[in-house]
Design a protein around this ligand. Structure first.
Ligand SMILES: Nc1nc2c(c(=O)[nH]1)N[C@H]1C(S)=C(S)[C@@H](COP(=O)(O)OP(=O)(O)OC[C@H]3O[C@@H](n4cnc5c(=O)[nH]c(N)nc54)[C@H](O)[C@@H]3O)O[C@H]1N2
Ligand SMILES: Nc1nc2c(c(=O)[nH]1)N[C@H]1C(S)=C(S)[C@@H](COP(=O)(O)OP(=O)(O)OC[C@H]3O[C@@H](n4cnc5c(=O)[nH]c(N)nc54)[C@H](O)[C@@H]3O)O[C@H]1N2
Ligand SMILES: [Mo]
Length: 745
């Protein structure tokens, strides 16, 4: 399974299942370069602090377990057994409340299961993970709306859909393999209706590298409608679409046209005749139903409140907040109502917001209006990022004890799991800053660069007592460190993982909730590497001593870990080992897909957002723009492959800010000049990123964009969705000023 994104792998993969970014991620892991003891002997960590992440990772794969030597300020080789012993001793001397165990989303189901088990046996629920910065808004909102923590779509929905609403996800860069599914759908006449801050290349057109198109250069047009929404404007935009549908339905009813009865709403709209005509244009395709009243009645609650809210919002307000015209929102509504099965696909442009949870509620509300959940060709697709970020949750990586099967763990392994609520990512950051967190263990990732508030976090990080990094390549989170610091190198997923019973397979869960086995084929980067399960077991044994967990037997044969996972989650992982390599993966039961709503009401819920947009003290000020952060086509999160964003035409630097031409002249700048960006939220700290080059770009007025992670120092830690705690990386008020600093020379 690809180490890049989490997109689904079909039972019959496309001829090469080609993806430029998957190829890059694989090459990145199989590089012949090595950052071994000789490299570390040459460089102090103080020196490496001045290097960029690109240059750190460029050194190649880590090869030996290393311990920081304070006298020399260098990482020096250490024996695995000594490393485990000392880490175990340190952990035993700390209160488990002071210890945080982070997981980036690449670790396998087997490793993740062992890791959360170790954390709980040790006594800590502090299990922050990359998902907290990513789809946590979905993990909070989807259960409330439809009673499932994951999306309901599967691959065959692409074959049965007539229309796809594609919201706030950049398929060409972030999940390129999905372009095959989109292209096949487009070729069948499926309409793709896109809502995005930018006009992204992959959402506009696609040349399939496997098809004869490549020779002729003919392209498939992907989006049939493209709505360039302001960042944070999606609630307003989707409300506009819902308002058009609801008022058309009202108008139809008022005009006496036949449709399923049951609603008493009256059209508020002035131009009722136009609305009737509009409704008729939708209804023609669908037996005069604009809304699916039968579904709404049988399967949902909260419709009336939601419909009233939609009617009450004024078009001019929806237009101002969304940046779209009323005609555009009506057009999208028309396309939606003329399709009998619509998929909703979305990504980070919805989840990484102050109102991320409400954004996801709105996607569900729109789907529920026409019963677009739980029928073939419809459904919600939350496009996950890291290749196993969804799966690690499924096997217990969570700070919320209520989401982990504590009774089962207690019964199987004879211990009392902690029942207190642990820390999620931003809470871990707070604890690092205020000193409550004394030890940080990292299963992959580059925490310091991925989180908000870089400056405050780096200061707090240096005060950690213990830092343990399990990693494949060197990054900034390793060169800054605690008083006692270990860097433990591990095998990557594409390498042969030889254990006592032979070469091992691992497993992951894709974005569509299917489980897949994966077997590494490449020669390991170094003979000193241990697998992730072996490292977790080593730390666990040294910390916990004798327990009921057969750590060594598990490491000797991962099938036994899968048996343990199946014993813990018998329904989800039924016949796990037998089905490991089933083509197309095996599906995890998702009740909402069967229209079983595991919510408090027993129904799917319309949940009405109470605001269209967050309030900022600087709202409405002419010199304040709204910043969103982006990935380039030449990076995987904090791993910067290179300085070329081919699809957006930016070459040679990532220190840029994308701006609308009118904003550039209105603020007295010129395209290409360098500016400083300052956070414009009332708050005592000044957060600034200096020397970004203006790139004039097709972006709505009042909005601007910069790259992640370069822009992360601007984000206050407290600037997150209140429920999900997902940082608002896609919406931050900022002020721009002329820069005296020119990094280009
Ligand atoms: N090559 C590559 N692949 C990756 C990754 C990578 O870094 N590189 N990262 C992986 C990970 S962990 C993840 S989570 C996914 C991320 O994949 P995506 O979900 O695509 O996330 P981003 O790349 O951050 O881009 C978000 C998109 O939303 C748009 N956008 C920004 N703000 C808004 C808004 O307020 N409203 C709307 N409607 N649109 C908005 C942006 O223009 C952009 O097209 O990709 C995964 N795959
Ligand atoms: N401003 C802003 N910030 C963001 C985002 C954004 O859109 N905007 N996106 C957020 C999102 S969606 C995410 S998911 C996070 C990502 O945050 P993380 O998951 O913490 O970061 P990555 O960059 O994916 O981690 C890269 C490192 O992982 C290690 N690694 C790679 N492969 C393996 C492996 O197989 N095993 C182990 N043990 N280690 C490995 C390597 O050492 C590499 O340097 O960032 C978040 N931060
Ligand atoms: Mo992510």
């Amino acid at each position: 399974m690809c180490v890049s994104c989490a997109w689904a792998k079909p039972a019959q993969p496309h001829p090469l299942e080609f993806c430029e970014n998957g190829a890059k991620a694989t090459a990145w892991e199989t590089t012949s370069r090595r950052a071994g003891p000789a490299f570390f002997a040459k460089h102090t960590l103080s020196e490496l602090e001045t290097w960029s992440d690109h240059d750190l990772e460029e050194q190649g794969r880590l090869t030996h377990p290393m311990r920081w030597d304070a006298a020399r300020d260098k990482y020096v080789p250490v024996a695995w057994s000594d490393a485990f012993d000392e880490i175990g001793r340190e952990l035993r001397s700390l209160d488990p409340h002071q210890v945080d165990l982070y997981t980036s989303g690449r670790a396998s189901l087997e490793t993740s299961y062992m890791y959360q088990l170790f954390a709980r046996m040790y006594g800590s629920n502090n299990l922050p993970d990359s998902s907290n910065m990513c789809h946590e808004s979905s993990s909070v909102a989807l259960p409330e709306s439809i009673g499932s923590s994951v999306g309901t779509a599967i691959l065959s929905d692409f074959e049965n859909t007539d229309c796809i609403f594609y919201i706030a996800q950049n398929v060409g860069t972030s999940s390129p393999r999905m372009l095959h599914d989109l292209q096949d759908a487009v070729n069948r006449g499926v309409k793709i209706v896109t809502f995005n801050l930018l006009r992204e290349r992959g959402l506009e057109r696609f040349v399939n590298p496997q098809s004869p198109q490549m020779l002729t250069g003919k392209e498939t047009k992907i989006s049939s409608e493209y709505y360039q929404v302001r960042n944070g404007g999606d609630i307003a935009a989707l409300f506009g679409v819902c308002k058009a549908l609801i008022e058309a339905d009202d108008a139809l009813k008022a005009s006496g046209a036949s449709r399923v009865a049951g609603q008493d709403g009256k059209p508020k709209d002035q131009d009722n005749a136009a609305m009737v005509a509009f409704a008729a244009s939708m209804a023609s395709a669908d037996n005069k139903h604009v809304l699916d009243h039968h579904f709404i009645q049988e399967h949902t609650t909260g419709f009336e409140e939601f419909a009233q809210a939609a009617r009450a919002h004024q078009w001019d307000e929806l237009e101002r907040v969304s940046g779209l015209s009323r005609a555009e929102m009506m057009q999208a509504a028309n396309t939606y109502a003329n399709a009998s099965a619509v998929m909703m696909i979305y990504g980070m442009g919805l989840t990484q917001h102050l109102m991320g949870v409400e954004n996801v509620h709105m996607v569900c509300n729109l789907a529920l209006l026409r019963g677009n959940i739980g029928k073939p060709g419809a459904n919600i697709c939350a496009v996950r990022g890291h290749s196993n970020v969804q799966g690690q949750r499924t096997v217990g990586i969570t700070e919320k004890p209520g989401l982990a099967p504590l009774d089962k763990l207690s019964q199987l392994y004879g211990f009392e799991p902690p029942t207190w609520t642990g820390r999620s990512t931003v809470e871990t950051c707070e604890a690092i800053i205020n000193g409550q967190c004394r030890a940080f263990i990292s299963l992959g990732g580059n925490f310091l660069k991925a989180i908000p508030d870089t400056a405050a976090m780096e200061e707090g990080w240096r005060k950690l007592h213990l830092s343990v990094q399990i990693a494949t390549k060197l990054n900034r989170s390793h060169v800054l460190h605690g008083e006692v610091a270990y860097l433990l190198p591990c095998l990557g997923r594409i390498e042969v993982d030889q254990q006592a019973s032979g070469p091992q397979a691992v497993s992951i869960e894709s974005s569509i909730a299917h489980f897949h086995g994966s077997r590494g084929k490449a020669k390991p980067a170094s003979s000193e590497l241990l697998s992730e399960p072996a490292i977790v077991a080593g730390i666990a044994k040294a910390t916990l001593g004798e327990t009921k967990v057969p750590w060594d037997a598990w490491v000797g044969n991962y099938a036994q870990i899968r048996d343990a996972i199946e014993r813990t989650y018998p329904e989800t992982f039924k016949d796990f080992n037998k089905r490991l390599f089933q083509p197309g993966g095996f599906a995890r039961p998702v009740p909402a897909r069967e229209r079983k709503w595991v919510t408090k009401t027993g129904k799917a819920n319309f949940i009405t957002p109470h605001r269209l947009f967050p309030e900022f003290s600087t709202s409405g000020r002419a010199d304040v723009l709204h910043l969103s952060t982006l990935r380039s086509n030449d990076q995987f999160n904090t791993t910067i492959y290179g300085y070329s964003d081919r699809f957006r035409g930016v070459e040679g630097t990532r220190r840029v800010v994308f701006m609308n031409g009118e904003d550039i002249s209105r603020l007295g700048f010129v395209n290409g000049e360098h500016i400083d960006v300052t956070t414009a939220i009332d708050d005592n700290n000044i957060r600034k990123v200096t020397g970004l080059r203006i790139v004039q770009y097709n972006i709505p007025k009042g909005c601007c964009a910069a790259y992640y992670p370069e822009a992360n120092p601007l984000f206050p830690l407290a600037h997150h969705d209140p429920k999900a705690k997902t940082p608002s990386y896609k919406l931050l008020p900022v002020r721009l000023t002329r820069s005296s600093f020119n990094p280009d020379g």
